[in-house]
Design a protein around this ligand. Sequence first.
Ligand SMILES: [Zn+2]
Ligand SMILES: [Zn+2]
Length: 166
Amino acid sequence: MNRYAMEVSGGCQCGAVRYHTTHMLDNSHLCHCRMCQKAVGNLFAALVAAPRETLVWTRGEPARFRSSEHVDRGFCRDCGTPLFYDSTAGGRVNLTIGSLDHPELFPPGANTGTEAQVPYFSGITGLKDGGATEDGQEAWAAAISSSSRQHPDHDTAEWPLTSSSQ
Ligand SMILES: [Zn+2]
Ligand SMILES: [Zn+2]
């Protein structure tokens, strides 16, 4: 597993929890195991790791659910965003790729936990293009955009919505 120096930030949807790391590992993968499916509420967990000693929580603290004796699942207690898989004895923390500010930088290189992979997974990338969010519903998309409480995809010095929404 290679280690790269790079500045990477991410966090939850509401912005109450933010993290930063100065290094990343090249283990980007999709885990289809049943525990990852449940932990992220999805068909698989898309994960890529940061070395534990380089990962800093820059705003708030994640909540943890110990899904087994050796693994913590991290999430935001305010908005529920799944943030990490942490094999607590290991030297790295696997972050959910969707919680990164730039998920496009970490294309997965492997499927793991394939015993629970849904049988239709291989067809997902061949689905018809249902269009962009705003296609045919510009007013709805504008209403969502103008009232969004989602934290932007970059670090912020202040994030007032986290306090006003409590
Ligand atoms: Zn949150
Ligand atoms: Zn898994």
